[in-house]
Design a binder for this molecule. Structure first.
Ligand code: NAD
Length: 260
């Protein structure tokens, strides 16, 4: 189902009514146009190199010093340090500027929504952030760039300065527990939405993919913007398979009444 924008605007519960409480769920696909590859898309990191999945798995990370060394080397050159927000990110900033953004739930760890101008208190980072490090033993957290300076200076697997424990980016790897309060906040926000936009996510990672159903049950119109089919396309009011940077500014314009 690929529904044109005009039809999407006229789906149930809309009529002439504009959205007032928009909740956005973003995934890696919103940042590909900023030069950060996704995992599962055609040009995805895992699609091209299935071995790369090990770098995102906590069990390999904890057990294997070589995986940690590789992880630190790949963090040194992570595209998030230089990437700039694109038109998709800016469209969500516009939603907030117009007072329509209820919450921005992101699976991304790149910080581009905040860099674009969304307020940090509106952004719910369900999978953490690559801009911080965390000690897996004592929970100490600090800025990523300080630890990367130690890696550049020759420490291949830097230890926590507070307790000597293992350091890692403050992201939720596969096999790691999510933070229940953060997931609860995302679910509550989704239930309160009148328009729910799922943008650039394959919706294959649970439990967060479940927010789509939560939003739908709460009465929101659901619009899915993703290049490839997702498991939730069948319950969406509109599915749009166009590049996010092109289509999201138009959807936002319609949703807030700036475009007819
Ligand atoms: P995913 O890789 O599973 O899916 C991304 C989807 O976006 C794909 O279906 C792809 O077809 C689509 N897509 C890519 N570029 C697009 C574009 N320009 N226009 C329209 N659609 C586009 O991503 P996910 O569902 O977010 O899950 C991956 C997990 O990996 C996340 O949990 C996240 O934590 C992490 N991750 C984050 C980043 C980041 O922070 N930028 C990057 C890679 C992975």
């Amino acid at each position: 189902m690929n529904v044109p924008l005009r039809q999407a605007r006229e789906t149930p519960r809309s009529g002439a009514e504009r959205a007032e409480r928009v909740v956005v769920l973003s995934g890696a696909g919103i940042s590909t146009e900023s030069g950060i590859p996704d995992f599962r898309g055609p040009q995805g990191v895992w699609t091209k190199d299935p071995q790369a999945e090990k770098l995102s798995n906590i069990h390999y990370y904890v057990a294997d010093p070589e995986i940690r060394r590789k992880s630190w080397q790949s963090r040194l050159v992570h595209p998030a340090w230089t990437a700039q927000p694109n038109a998709g990110h800016m469209a969500i900033v516009e939603l907030e500027r117009r007072g329509k953004l209820h919450a921005l739930i992101t699976q991304n760890i790149d910080g581009l929504h905040q860099k674009a101008g969304n307020s940090p208190d509106r952004v719910i980072e369900v999978h953490g952030t690559v801009h911080k490090v965390v000690c897996l033993s004592c929970g100490w957290k600090g800025p990523m760039q300080e630890t990367l300076a130690r890696v550049r200076a020759g420490e291949t697997d830097p230890e926590c300065k507070a307790c000597g424990g293992m350091l890692k980016s403050d992201t939720i790897s596969f096999g790691q527990a999510l933070i229940p309060e953060v997931i609860d906040r995302a679910m509550e926000a989704a239930a309160e939405a009148d328009l729910f936009l799922s943008v650039g996510t394959s919706l294959k990672v649970y439990p967060i993919a479940g927010v789509v159903q939560v939003a739908k049950r709460g009465g929101a119109r659901v619009v899915i913007v993703n290049a490839e089919p997702t498991p939730f396309d069948g319950i969406a009011d509109a599915v749009i398979r166009e590049p996010i940077g092109e289509v999201l500014p138009r959807i936002v314009g319609v949703a807030v009444g700036a475009v007819n």
